[in-house]
Design a protein around this ligand. Structure first.
Ligand code: SF4
Ligand code: SF4
Length: 251
């Protein structure tokens, strides 16, 4: 082994315990982005600062929080545009992580050539975020925190489900509807807008998730839950989504 390190998915006591081992680690990989900086399961700020104290090079995973930070709400987008017109939400997220001097590597899953080109442009050269811009991103994180998002990063550690449920597909569909303000509000008024949102939600759900892979096929066997690094109560969330779907079908 030439470079010895570890990638971290646990809780804070475990992080502290591993870091306290008398080993000269060559790197540690943590989940870090401007949202997880304060609101991660273990705040990235905490982990990053501990690694700086030990002078351990930091590798970053999930700089875009499972691509959620690549598409932000209008309120966040307007703040970003005002500060640096033309920059994309993904560029802001990459600049945030790249601005921390202890960061050695930023891992980003890219599917299109444009993603690769944009990432190279962002880092050639990197323009570090200013203190004022850091405050703006902290405000953006506060806004994002108010969305009732399930923290799925689409890592797929939980699949395959023995009953064929498309766990990440369902959770991400729900998140997208929430993010885009397209989630029908069962507590609100049953007006034309509610009917439109309900129809759109159900049609897109059936289009996105094949019928045999939908949430109603979860039998709560519990097999998936321990595999989730984000600690998501998967069967509970699937039941919640299925209840929503069933209620919308009967309204
Ligand atoms: S709890 Fe549900 S989703 Fe998870 S493995 Fe079991 S059947 Fe599949
Ligand atoms: S393991 Fe957790 S975070 Fe990863 S895809 Fe499954 S539910 Fe999402």
């Amino acid at each position: 082994i030439r470079n010895l390190g570890w990638s971290f998915h646990g809780d804070q006591p475990l992080f502290d315990k591993v870091l306290a081992e008398p080993v000269d680690w060559d790197f540690v990989m943590i989940q870090m982005n401007y949202f997880d900086w304060k609101y991660g399961r273990v705040p990235a700020e905490y982990m990053y600062n501990r690694l700086v104290e030990r002078n351990i090079p930091v590798m970053i995973m999930e700089p875009l929080l499972g691509s959620r930070l690549a598409k932000v709400s209008r309120a966040v987008s307007e703040m970003m545009q005002e500060e640096r017109p033309g920059d994309t939400p993904a560029q802001w997220a990459f600049r945030f992580v790249g601005s921390h001097p202890q960061v050695m590597v930023v891992l980003s899953g890219m599917t299109l050539m444009e993603h690769l080109q944009e990432n190279i442009k962002t880092y050639s050269p990197l323009v570090p975020v200013t203190d004022k811009q850091k405050d703006m991103l902290a405000k953006a994180a506060e806004i994002i925190r108010t969305y009732k998002i399930i923290p799925c990063t689409d890592c797929k550690y939980c699949v395959p489900c023995p009953y064929g449920v498309d766990i990440p597909g369902i959770l991400l569909y729900y998140n997208k509807a929430t993010w885009d303000s397209n989630l029908p509000d069962l507590e609100g008024q049953r007006d034309a807008e509610f009917e439109r949102a309900s129809r759109a939600f159900l049609v897109d759900y059936n289009r996105t998730i094949p019928e045999l892979e939908q949430a109603n096929h979860c039998i709560n066997c519990g097999e998936c839950e321990p595999t989730c690094p984000q600690n998501i109560k998967i069967p509970t969330d699937l039941l919640k989504i299925d209840n929503l779907v069933q209620q919308l079908k009967t309204t």
